[in-house]
Structure formats: C-alpha cells, structure tokens
Design a protein around this ligand. Structure first.
Ligand code: COI
Length: 355
C-alpha cells in the first residue's frame, strides 16, 4: 500500500529542549494514520500531528476496543535511526487485535509505516544516554454505535515522542492481595487500554502509601507474582534468574524476552515459572535474594528497592555491579548500534524514497 506523505511547513523541534523532556507529553511533528472500512485497511498516510474529531457514540469510548504497542528507536553514531525488534511488536499488536476482535495489520505494512515515519522524524531522536524516541502504535474502534459488538471500522495510528528514562530512581512495590490486574482467561496478555485503566485505582492507593507501583499477583490465590503493569519482573535468587511464566494473564514483554536472551547468552540459568511471594520472602530471609528488577520498553530495566506483602517488607540493597544496570547498558547499547547485533534485532532505517 502506498503511504501518502504531507509534511508540516514548520517543525516544532526548534522549540523543544530534548535534554529535558517529561515522559509522554512532547510529540514529534508527524503521525501515521490509516483507516479500516469495507473489510480492509485503507488511506495510509503520514501527516502533521493534530486533534481528531470524534462522535460521542464512538465505540471505543463506550466498550474499550483499543490496543497499543510501546517501542523505541535510537540513532547510531552516524545518525541513522535504528528500529528495535519491529516485527515482534507487529506480531504482538496482531495478537492483541485478535484477542479484542479487531482487524490485524500486514506486518510488512506496520514496519514500513515505522520506517517512513522515522525517516521523517529522525532529528527528534535524542542522543542523551538513556533517552530515545518512543513509538506508540495504537488502534481503536471508530463505529458510531451503542450496541455491544465488534466495531466494523477502526483507525490505526503511530505517534512518536522523545523520552527520557521512565523511572528516575529504584521503585518501591506493593504486592496487592486486595486488587488484581488480570486473571487467567481474561485479557491480561493483550496490550489493551482496559488493563491500564484497571490498574489505576490500586496504583493510586499504593502511591498514597508511599509506593511507586503495584506488584500484581495472580487473581485466584493472590500469591503468585505476575507483573508490575508498566513492566515485567525478574528475581535474581542464588545463581538463577527467575521471571513469572506467561500464562495469558501476563503481558509478553519484548524487553522481557530480550533480557531472557541476553541473560542466557551471558551464561545465566534462567527460569520462566510460577514464583510465589512466599518464595521471594524466604529467599530474602536466607540471603539468596540478590536483586529484583523490572523490564519494559519505557522503563528499560528498573531496580526494585522494596516490596511489601501482607505487612512484611523486603528491603533490597542495590549493589554497584547490579544485573539491571548491566542489562540496561547492554540493551541501550544494542539499540544505539554500539554492540554487535548478534540476535538480529536491529534494523537501520535508511532514507526512504518518500521522505
Ligand atoms: C511500555 O513500556 O512501552 C509500555 O507500554 C508501558 C507504558 C504504559 C508506560
């Protein structure tokens, strides 16, 4: 499909301080848009970021058919934008689409849209350590209809935004025994907006008690660790690195998958399995719990400094040579082309014909 491009006359880049950007508020000049109607994706285009008109009966507003991805792009030393695991994001977006009864997108078109947008917005990619261009592909229903059924029409868009690291300090987690994010058979594995809405109330209460985030536990026993919502989670216990197995209720994080590959490549024994809060507390008590960290596109690798569960609190000392920092350096290095791309995750975006 041809992508029509209409560039803006005046870039806003000159008014933006790329060294001081709050997460999620500063957008680049252009966005990708295409619409689904009469059974096919149509009218692929790149245009200036602008507001959209919406009918009050737009189905997304009422029944929440909305999915998204979070990706990052960096520039290498020659200023060439690099895409990171774009095909895997396309596949995960399509898995979310299937789960939410939404149309899938041709993977090649998804990646081509990213290439063309990045080629146009490459000057917006920040150079500072830990900063990147965050990419937000998303899709939502556009039918104007109040019956509960899958919409017949949809819009797919991609926004890009320069970002600094999501968490500026180690995080304190409250393992909730009162609220759940997702249960087996639900939509926890889909990257759908409702999962984030469902997390807000418990997160608000946790923040009021001085925590940064909720550590979600399984919906049946409130015992087995799931994820943090903005991140997946890893435990370094003894010589092993353990992360909860994905079971339908946990997001299949692409940074999670990347860390599993890197850790195995470094010779660590990694386990994807059920891990209970009792096991974590016991490992802390017997001195084998070395480190806990989260993984996510926005968060990259975030140290956990504290976890509270049923009135017990684990405080973690963060060592100089912690694994999260090593993983962060490694994945940021791969993203910036400073490391050999041994896993084949990087695609340089060369100037396209259109841009
Ligand atoms: C990401 O890491 O890209 C996410 O989607 C989490 C986001 C909600 C901050």
């Amino acid at each position: 499909m041809n992508i029509a491009i209409e560039t803006v006359k005046n870039s806003r880049l000159k008014d933006v301080d790329l060294s001081n950007i709050p997460f999620g508020r500063v957008f680049t000049d252009h966005m990708f848009v295409m619409d689904y109607y009469d059974g096919a994706w149509r009218d692929a285009r790149i245009e200036g970021v602008s507001k959209m008109e919406m009918h009050p009966a737009n189905m997304t507003l009422h029944y929440g058919q909305s999915i998204f991805e979070g990706m990052k792009a960096s520039k290498n030393a020659d200023g060439v934008p690099l895409l990171f695991r774009a095909e895997m994001h396309a596949k995960r977006m399509n898995a979310s689409a299937e789960r939410m009864c939404m149309p899938t997108i041709d993977e090649e078109l998804f990646v081509e849209a990213l290439r063309q947008l990045l080629a146009l917005e490459k000057d917006w990619i920040p150079d500072m350590e830990g900063s990147a261009l965050y990419i937000r592909p998303f899709m939502f229903a556009t039918d104007e209809f109040l019956g509960v059924a899958p919409s017949q029409t949809y819009r797919f868009m991609i926004l890009t935004l320069p970002v600094a690291p999501y968490y500026a300090h180690p995080v304190k987690l409250l393992a909730s025994t009162e609220f759940i994010r997702a249960a087996e058979g639900g939509v926890g594995e889909a990257k759908t907006s409702g999962n984030y809405a469902a997390s807000l109330y418990a997160s608000k209460l946790a923040k009021e008690q001085g925590y940064d985030q909720v550590l979600w536990l399984d919906g049946v026993h409130h015992k087995y660790v799931q994820e943090v919502g903005t991140m997946n989670i890893f435990f370094h216990i003894g010589d092993k690195i353990i992360t909860p197995q994905t079971d339908g209720a946990i997001l299949k994080g692409i940074t999670r998958d990347s860390f599993l590959h890197i850790l195995q490549h470094w010779g660590y024994e990694v386990e994807e399995r059920l891990i209970s809060m009792e096991e974590v507390i016991e490992a802390h008590q017997n001195g084998t719990l070395k480190e806990v960290f989260g993984s996510g596109t926005a968060a990259v690798a975030a140290q956990v400094s504290e976890i509270s569960y049923k009135k017990q609190t684990i405080k973690l000392n963060i060592s100089e040579d912690n694994l999260a920092e090593r993983l962060k350096t490694e994945i940021n290095g791969l993203r910036k082309g400073d490391r050999d791309d041994i896993f084949g995750w990087i695609e340089p975006v060369l100037q396209t014909e259109n841009a």
